[in-house]
Ligand binder design. Structure first.
Ligand code: BGC
Length: 725
């Protein structure tokens, strides 16, 4: 750094975009010239060894100090081989699979010259209107922390110097998922207790797991935009949590602080630097104003040095100073990308991510014989299989459901196909939801003609499999929805199919919890497949025909109606709780709908059934820092082998502040043969009892706790314990 000029130091703080990863209205210009002048610290959006090597060469050979660039990309759920969207991945409740998905993504990304990924997204989301709920792990901070850790470890491996390791960028710091009304980029206003207890833990877990970088979020937090929020970026992240890496802004988020009303670009850039922001994504606020601010005494040389040092340190940690071409290896690019093994893994993790929401009269698994009517706009489709945030994945290489069924059951099953509906006929949704990918190719027939054909097809079959739901970009960034039903055109199709009286299996594509009240009432079975990725069709067919028995569990509550949102299992009690008795007045309820969700957090069925014994505790009056062992016996009472996610919740009915009705504190995924029983135990310590009190001190308080173990957050067995100090 002693050799660097002021301009070169400021240059390191500048991140530019190339390629097609554009999510704002500003695009970087004059990149090559800027690079030669040392005005760029990193590039994102570019991948492939030829592309990366060209730019790295420019930086290393033609800039004065030969400082290598860092290359980033939104590798969100796989790089070339695409895994399910993160909300789907989280429904596996399998940290081994989750970590492996990040590891494979890192291997593919490094094979294409990348060394930095804008993932994991660890924002807690309790409002399914918000489209980015698809990119995270749902509503629960304890569970989200486990996933955050697994992802960071998967990406970064044991040593960032390793050829297959990428630096994680944890986003979006912070509380982005708390946007008012679920509207994208909207204000967040939250009590400190809620923040610490329910929203911050996954970010903290990512720091503890050694994440190398963080991305600030677009939103304000209690009036202060995250990008210029000193309390957030310095006091909390660095001083309280001990984060040692660098912080990058989100896409032009620094410039947008002006829209939040904090002043012009020079003012907000100075604020951001002082707050602890190190790198400015695309907007060039740092590049164009910091020198002036320094002259005017608005920032100090030490503040610029500190940010520059943090960016350079990241490059050191990645081994780029030793070998700027570390990830540039054309052989590796050929060998490590989109391999058979990676595809095999994609199929496995997709199968594990599916959640069986309904299965009346054992409609599923389907017989490997007879005739199926395969209908719906997503049944014979490649482009929508991968889900949101796919930059390097190729939709043409994904397996459609129609192909998957053929691969899995061949000619044993006769498949009759009818499209039945367009994804949507709503003109606004058509324009907005397909803005990135180009318009949906609409069928030339009228909706009624399509439905009629589907109904005729259904009549000739033993069972109807309707593959319906959201297209890939109906969720993700800038994809909030006020109505979270299956789009109307498809709903009409389902209604007509249901009238045929044939068993109706819905295979659902969705990037968020949807309101499925009608579907839950009328379909025979519902399999939630999210957006499964490259191996979509194969994985869906495996599960439909029973080659794999689904075991996924929801990590976000499914409401009955948008009016219940935000809805989450770990809510607080009220002074006038509703006890489920109809007609009662002056209770915390709705006149027109129950308080209960349609499908609670942790919910998911299996082709088999499980029974739970009562909860046994080895101590009921523990004292101090001891361990209480809570045990249940789980039995497979059905006729298929299956896996079950056994969940532990704890509630703290009397405390110094009002606590959530229950909180997840453990889970175990077990597999059981038909008739088999397993004893499952959890060791509970005082660490599981801690919470943030009104002074924001994280501690536990002696008294009664109710230990609850069960198959989902709403169906548990419980036992009480009196825990003394
Ligand atoms: C998104 C980030 C993303 C960035 C770069 C932004 O619009 O909010 O999640 O990493 O663009 O693509």
């Amino acid at each position: 750094m002693g050799k660097m000029t002021l301009d070169e130091k400021i240059g390191q703080l500048n991140l530019v975009v190339m390629g097609n990863a554009i999510t704002g209205t500003v695009i970087s210009k004059g990149v090559e010239d800027k690079m030669k002048r040392g005005e760029i610290g990193g590039i994102f959006g570019l991948y492939g060894t030829a592309n990366v090597s060209k730019m790295q060469d420019l930086a290393v050979k033609q800039s004065r100090l030969h400082i290598p660039l860092i290359f980033g990309l939104d590798v969100i759920h796989g790089h070339r081989t695409i895994f399910p969207i993160p909300l789907g991945v989280s429904a596996t409740w399998d940290m081994g699979l989750i970590q492996q998905s990040a590891k494979i993504a890192a291997k593919e990304a490094t094979a294409e010259g990348l060394n930095w990924v804008f993932s994991p997204m660890v924002d807690i989301a309790r409002d399914p209107r918000w489209g980015r709920i698809s990119e995270g792990s749902g509503e629960d901070p304890w569970y989200g922390s486990k996933v955050a850790k697994a992802m960071v470890k998967g990406y970064q491996g044991n040593n960032l110097m390793d050829a297959d390791a990428v630096m994680a960028c944890v986003k979006h710091f912070a509380l982005y998922g708390g946007a008012e009304a679920g509207r994208e980029y909207n204000t967040v206003d939250m009590s400190l207790i809620k923040m610490y207890q329910d929203y911050l833990p996954p970010y903290k877990a990512a720091v503890d797991a050694g994440a190398g970088s963080f991305m600030s979020s677009f939103n304000t937090i209690n009036g202060m935009p995250a990008t210029v929020n000193k309390w957030l970026l310095t006091d909390l992240l660095r001083k309280q949590w001990g984060f040692k890496g660098f912080v990058v802004s989100d896409y032009t988020a620094l410039n947008e602080v002006t829209n939040h009303g904090l002043g012009d670009l020079q003012t907000v850039s100075a604020l951001a630097l002082k707050a602890g922001l190190d790198m400015d994504m695309v907007g060039e606020g740092f590049l164009t104003t910091l020198k002036k601010s320094l002259k005017e005494g608005k920032v100090t040389p030490q503040e610029i040095d500190l940010a520059c040092r943090r960016v350079l340190e990241a490059k050191y940690k990645l081994g780029l100073f030793k070998n700027p071409a570390k990830s540039i290896n054309a052989e590796k690019e050929k060998q490590d990308v989109f391999t058979d093994d990676n595809r095999k893994f994609a199929r496995q993790i997709a199968e594990h991510s599916f959640v069986l929401l309904k299965n009346q009269g054992e409609t599923l698994p389907l017989k490997k014989s007879g005739t199926i009517a395969l209908v719906g706009p997503l049944a014979d489709n490649h482009s929508e299989m991968l889900g949101t945030w796919v930059i390097a994945g190729d939709p043409n290489k994904s397996v459609s459901v129609a192909e998957g069924i053929k691969n899995v059951v061949g000619e044993n099953v006769k498949v009759l196909y009818a499209k039945g509906a367009n994804i949507t006929d709503d003109s606004l949704l058509s324009i907005r939801a397909f803005a990135l990918t180009g318009p949906e190719v609409k069928d030339k027939r009228t909706p009624q003609e399509m439905i009629d054909e589907a109904v005729e097809t259904a009549k000739k079959a033993d069972v109807v499999v309707a593959v319906v739901g959201e297209s890939a970009n109906m969720s993700g960034e800038s994809s909030s929805r006020a109505d979270i039903d299956i789009p109307e055109s498809q709903k009409e199709l389902l209604k007509a199919l249901s009238k045929t009286g044939k068993p109706l299996v819905i295979v659902l594509f969705n990037g968020r919890p949807l309101t499925l009240t009608w579907e839950d009432k009328h379909a025979s079975a519902i399999l939630d497949a999210w957006a499964p990725g490259t191996e979509a069709g194969n994985a869906i067919a495996d599960v439909l025909f029973g080659n794999y028995n689904p075991a996924g569990k929801l990590t976000a509550t499914f409401p009955r109606s948008v009016g219940q949102i935000p809805i989450y299992y770990s809510h607080k009690n009220t002074g006038r709780p509703f006890d489920g008795t109809g007609g009662a007045k002056f209770k915390s309820d709705y006149l027109d709908i129950s308080n209960d969700p349609l499908y609670p957090f942790g919910y998911g069925l299996s082709y088999t059934t499980f029974s739970y014994s009562g909860v046994q505790l080895d101590k009921t009056n523990p004292a101090g820092n001891t361990t209480v062992k809570a045990t249940v016996t789980v039995t497979n009472t059905g006729k298929y082998a299956g896996e079950e996610v056994v969940q532990l919740y704890i509630s703290d009915p009397v405390a110094s502040i009002s606590r959530s009705v229950k909180e997840l504190k453990g889970f175990q995924k077990i597999s059981l043969q038909p008739g088999e029983s397993k004893v499952v135990s959890f060791n509970i310590t005082t660490a599981d009892l801690k919470f943030y009190n009104d002074k924001l001190i994280y501690d536990w308080e002696p008294g009664q706790f109710v230990v609850q173990i069960g198959t989902n957050s709403a169906n548990v067995q419980s036992a009480a314990v009196q825990w003394l100090k």
